[in-house]
Design a protein. Structure first.
Length: 149
């Protein structure tokens, strides 16, 4: 192969590496933009947050848990769903009860009960969603944004 042919071959292969890196960088940027575009549901828990539009129950953050973890001494129970609006889009939110022994259920602190002003979505109003309803009760509820409705 001539010297010119070798140079073209090397330039061609480095060009394809560059284009591959450009495509990879584009995918990374697209992923970051997607993550930024989806509204976040983090921070100080409050019943007035958009993703709590269908929530019924005590905020888990008020009892030592969060939207990602049940308080210690409790376990995940049943769930229900609602579509909540944020930034002109509807988002599917899953509400998950955290359950513990019925006789040790703590009182929900003042300002932490989200069932007073909400429509409660598809929540089965008087139904105990805990795995062992005869001995367990819902202590609190977590709210998790899943996808667009």
């Amino acid at each position: 192969m001539s010297d010119v042919g070798r140079r073209r071959s090397r330039l061609g292969s480095s060009g394809s590496r560059r284009s591959w890196l450009k495509r990879l960088a584009g995918m990374v940027v697209s992923g970051v933009v997607f993550l930024i575009a989806e509204p976040t549901a983090h921070g100080q828990a409050s019943c007035s947050q958009w993703h709590r539009c269908g929530m019924c129950g005590c905020l888990c953050s008020c009892l030592g848990g969060s939207d990602t973890a049940c308080p210690s001494g409790t376990q995940e129970g049943g769930a229900w769903w609602a579509c909540c609006s944020s930034s002109g889009r509807l988002w599917l939110v899953r509400y998950l009860d955290c359950c513990g022994p019925r006789d040790q259920r703590p009182a929900c602190p003042s300002g932490c009960s989200c069932n007073q002003n909400n429509s409660c979505g598809q929540y089965p109003s008087n139904q105990n969603l805990c795995p062992n309803p005869s001995t367990e009760a819902a202590y609190c509820t977590r709210a998790q944004v899943w996808s667009q409705c």
